[in-house]
Design a protein around this ligand. Structure first.
Ligand SMILES: O=C(O)C1=C[C@@H](OP(=O)(O)O)[C@@H](O)[C@H](O)C1
Ligand SMILES: C=C(OP(=O)(O)O)C(=O)O
Length: 427
C-alpha cells in the first residue's frame, strides 16, 4: 500500500487507539486467571489479533459482544501442537513461558520481522526451569516441552523487558512459592510495571518488586477459578498517541482524548519531550490539547521508552537546533533496525541524523522536504514519516504504508479525520 500525504493543517478532536501492550497482557492474564473476563475497549491491531489466536490455541474461548470481547478460560490447556504469534515481539516473548506450562511438545511460530528477532534468551533460561527447548539458532520456530517449574534464576534484562513479562506471568500462573527472578541491567522498566498492574487487575499473585533487581514470589494458593467474573478496560495507547500529540505540536490545533496521565505506560514520557521543546500543550485529566508554535531542540533519554524514537524524530525535525536522544542501542532489534531506518528515511526528507554510539543527533528546524520514503515494514517508521509529512514542502509518498496495521490500524483514518490530506493506493 502506498499512502501520499500532502502538507495540511490539522484541527479537531480524536481518541487515541487501544494500547496493544495493555490488550495483549489482558489476553494472557485472562487466560491464566481463568473465569469470564469482559474486555472493554479491545484493540484490533494485528498484534492484538495474534494474541487472541494464541489464547484460543491455549484453551480459551473468545466471543465478541457489542464492541466488547468476552474471554472464558479454565486455565492454560493447550488445544493445539503449535501456536502462531504473528509479528508480535511481546506476543512471542510473553506467551512462550505460558505455553511451556503445558507438558506436551508445542511449536511456536511467527512471521515478518519476528523471524529474525533474537529469542536465544529462551535457549539459556528455559532449561533452568525444566523445559526442553529447540530453536533455529536462537530464532523462530521455537519448540518447547514443559512443564515449566519456577525456580530461583538470574536473567539478563538488557535486550528486552518482554522476556521478564512472560516469566512473571508464568511464575504467577503456576503458583510459584518462595522463589525469585533476579534481573541484571533491566531496560524498559515501565513495561514491567504495566505487567504487574495487569496481573493485579486479574487477581494473579503479584511478586514483590525489589528495585527491578529481583521479583520475589512468596507463594500463594492461586488456582485458575473458572467461576470468577471480572472486566478490564484496555488503556488508550501512549505509543500510538505520541504520533497524534506530535502531529498537533507541529501541524494544527487538536485535542487528543483517551490517554490516562496516571498510566504506567513507558511512552507517557512523550509529554516530557513536548514540554522540553516548548510545545503549545495543555494537559488536563480528560484530554491533551496542542497547538503549533515555534519549537526548540531538546535532549531526551529514551532508553526505557524506545518506541518513542520515531515520533521524537518527527518532532525533532521541526525543532530549531540540535536535538540529542539517548538510547540508540535499544533500537537494533525492533521491527526494523530503527536507528538506521530513521536515519535513511528522514535523510530522504532532508533531515540529517547522526548516530554516535548510544546517541541520535538530529538537526532540525531547517525545513522538511516531502519525498518518496519506505516504512521498511515497520509501523512506527510509516507513522513517523506520515507525521513529518504534514508540514513538509511537497508530498510525502510512503511505500509499505500498511505496516501500521501492527499497532494502529486506524492511523490514516484518524489523521485524515483531523484534516490530513492523504490518498491511499492499494498495491
Ligand atoms: O512489553 C511491551 O508491551 C513492549 C516492550 C518494549 O520492548 P522492550 O522491552 O524489548 O524494549 C516495546 O519496545 C514494545 O513495543 C512493547
Ligand atoms: C517493538 C514493538 O513491538 P514488539 O516488540 O511487541 O513487536 C513496537 O510496537 O514498536
Amino acid at each position: 500500500m502506498i499512502v501520499t500525504i500532502q502538507p495540511s493543517p490539522l484541527k479537531g478532536g480524536i481518541y487515541a487507539p487501544a494500547s496493544k501492550s495493555s490488550m495483549q497482557r489482558a489476553c494472557a492474564a485472562a487466560l491464566a486467571a481463568g473465569g469470564t473476563t469482559t474486555i472493554k475497549n479491545p484493540g484490533s491491531s494485528n498484534d492484538d489479533k495474534a494474541a487472541l489466536g494464541v489464547i484460543r490455541d491455549l484453551g480459551a474461548e473468545v466471543l465478541q459482544e457489542d464492541g466488547e470481547l468476552v474471554i472464558k478460560s479454565a486455565g492454560i490447556h493447550a488445544r493445539e501442537s503449535s501456536v502462531f504469534c504473528g509479528e508480535s515481539g511481546l506476543g512471542i516473548r510473553m506467551f512462550t513461558p505460558l505455553v511451556a506450562l503445558n507438558n506436551k511438545p508445542i511449536t511456536i511460530t511467527g512471521e515478518g520481522s519476528l523471524v529474525t528477532r533474537p529469542m536465544d534468551f529462551f535457549d539459556t533460561v528455559l532449561p533452568l526451569l525444566g523445559v526442553e527447548i529447540r530453536t533455529n539458532a536462537g530464532k523462530l520456530p521455537l519448540e518447547v516441552k514443559g512443564p515449566l517449574v519456577p525456580a530461583d534464576i538470574t536473567i539478563d534484562g538488557s535486550l528486552s523487558s518482554q522476556f521478564l513479562t512472560g516469566l512473571l506471568l508464568a511464575y504467577a500462573a503456576s503458583g510459584a512459592k518462595d522463589v525469585s527472578i533476579h534481573v541484571t541491567n533491566l531496560k524498559s522498566k515501565p513495561y514491567v510495571d504495566l505487567t504487574l498492574d495487569v496481573m493485579k487487575a486479574f487477581g494473579l499473585p503479584v511478586p514483590e518488586n525489589r528495585n527491578y533487581e529481583s521479583f520475589y514470589f512468596p507463594g500463594s494458593d492461586f488456582k485458575p477459578d473458572p467461576s470468577s467474573l471480572r472486566s478490564y478496560t484496555v488503556e488508550g495507547d501512549w505509543s500510538g498517541g505520541a504520533f497524534l500529540l506530535v502531529a498537533g505540536a507541529i501541524a494544527g490545533e487538536i485535542v487528543v482524548k483517551g490517554l490516562d496521565v496516571f498510566s504506567t505506560q513507558a511512552d507517557k514520557a512523550i509529554l516530557q519531550a513536548l514540554v522540553s521543546c516548548g510545545a503549545g500543550i495543555s494537559i488536563e485529566a480528560e484530554q491533551i490539547s496542542l497547538r503549533p508554535i515555534p519549537l526548540k531542540a531538546f535532549q531526551f533519554d529514551a532508553t526505557d521508552c524506545p518506541d518513542l524514537f520515531p515520533p521524537l524524530v518527527a518532532l525533532a525535525a521541526y525543532c530549531k537546533g540540535t536535538t540529542v536522544i539517548e538510547g540508540v542501542e535499544r533500537l537494533t532489534h525492533k521491527e526494523s533496525n530503527r536507528a538506521l531506518t530513521l536515519q535513511a528515511e528522514f535523510g530522504k526528507m532532508g533531515v540529517p541524523i547522526e548516530l554516535q554510539d548510544n546517541l541520535m543527533i538530529i538537526r532540525g528546524g531547517e525545513g522538511v522536504k516531502g519525498a518518496p520514503v519506505h516504512s521498511h515494514h515497520d509501523h512506527r517508521i510509516a507513522m513517523a514519516c506520515a507525521v513529518a509529512g504534514l508540514c513538509a514542502q511537497g508530498p510525502t509518498v510512503i511505500a509499505g504504508a500498511e505496516a501500521i496495521n501492527k499497532s494502529y490500524p486506524d492511523f490514516y483514518e484518524h489523521i485524515s479525520s483531523l484534516g490530513a490530506s492523504l490518498t491511499i493506493e492499494q498495491k
